[in-house]
Design a protein around this ligand. Structure first.
Ligand code: SAM
Length: 201
């Protein structure tokens, strides 16, 4: 099936398998894409290197790819091969996007180990991450900080995990500079948050 997402004056089409991952609330995709782009507004992403971690079917990867343009580099990492297959169908015409299937910590370690070759990764201008309820954790936070992005946009479905990871980012030199919360799971205690972390100095 095709899912259409409109935000910031643009519209993106995503191919998603019927049993593949997609945000549950029907307004969530556009709202979250808008919030992520808002968080990065004011930063020139044209030609930038941007990471989309825990990328699912590429909800954020596609708009980030258009934000960086063809001279940029978008590194998208997702653990589910099915979701990566969906992302590939939506992003095949954007050669500046790399889709990596595997655990985020393994993929980032491999990209770091390949530093010095064209496929390696030593720096990112911005990182978007949208981990599952358990959060990203110390290893991934340190791997992200090692790339020294100016901005990290953290999409969180669990406030406790977000708080733990914000503390880990603070220890790595990142301040929480903006936080928005959305009631995407009405009549439950769950909420979705979009946090912006900015590199000190
Ligand atoms: C909350 S979803 C976000 C997906 C996407 N950003 C979206 O909004 O549609 C989290 C995603 O992380 C993936 N995931 C969970 N643990 C992972 C890991 N250790 N490494 C890579 N991906 C993982 C899941 O398969 C899922 O697609």
């Amino acid at each position: 099936m095709t899912e259409t997402v409109a935000a910031h004056g643009s519209t993106w089409s995503h191919r998603v398998a019927a049993d593949g991952f997609w945000q549950v609330h029907r307004e969530a995709p556009a709202l979250l894409v808008g919030a992520v782009l808002d968080a990065l507004a004011g930063r020139s992403l044209d030609g930038a290197t941007v990471l989309d971690l825990y990328a699912g079917a590429g909800l954020f990867t596609l708009p980030l790819a258009d934000a960086t343009g063809p001279t940029g580099r978008v590194v998208s990492v997702e653990g589910s091969p099915r979701a990566v297959k969906d992302a590939r169908r939506s992003l095949h015409d954007r050669p500046h996007v790399e889709l990596h299937a595997g655990p985020v910590d393994h993929v980032l370690a491999a990209l770091r180990a390949a530093a010095g070759s064209s496929g390696g990764l030593t720096h990112a201008d911005a990182v978007v991450l949208d981990p599952p309820r358990v959060g990203a954790g110390r290893v991934v936070v340190e791997q992200v900080a090692h790339l020294a992005p100016q901005a990290v946009v953290y999409v969180a479905c669990d406030p406790a995990a977000l708080a733990r990871d914000v503390a880990l980012f603070a220890a790595q030199g990142y301040d929480l500079t903006a936080l928005r919360a959305f009631d995407l799971f009405p009549m439950t205690h769950h909420l979705e948050a979009v946090a912006t972390l900015t590199r000190r100095g």
